[in-house]
Design a protein around this ligand. Sequence first.
Ligand code: CA
Ligand code: CA
Ligand code: CA
Length: 196
Amino acid sequence: MAQDLNFNFKVPDLSNGPSELWKRKLKTLFTCIDADGNGFLNRKDLPVLAAKFKRYGEMTDDEALDFTKKLEAWWDAVFPMDASLSFEDFMKSRIEMMNPAKVNDDMLNHYKPNLEMMFKAIDLNGDGIISLPEWKIYYKAMGIKGEKEAEESFKVVDLNGDGDMSLDEFILGSCDFMYSQEESPNTYFLGPLQEL
Ligand SMILES: [Ca+2]
Ligand SMILES: [Ca+2]
Ligand SMILES: [Ca+2]
């Protein structure tokens, strides 16, 4: 199942600044995490996000609390505790993350564990794979509209086409989404892109 992946992601060349497409992807992610919709990311968004997962994913109170704690641990590893990030701030922090000197450290210590936590949260029945119905719940919790879009992105992420999304496939899809500067298979990992 969960194999260790060799993260050979090509660090994008950002010497001329990030692409417009990448900014739109980041805006899409920002909108998903800004669960209270106030235009800023801060720790207060995390319990709101966890509550949405709880509701759509039928998590118990304890599971939701645990999920919130994991999100907060991730937050504290990446941002100052009292940070309140506008989209511009968030973009700067992500560009910093893509500094070639930092990519491996950030990937292994923060990004990958966070994705694993997210994967476990989305894998509601805990069987180690994300099914299409579970992926649709994830879309709902993240506020992404469209069952059809969920089905389309699922097909792309399910690289081996066996109808299940493995942890490796989820991580690969997430990384392709986060790193690629141009159109790539997972451009619509989080559904339609937000306008800037
Ligand atoms: Ca917010
Ligand atoms: Ca599952
Ligand atoms: Ca698969």
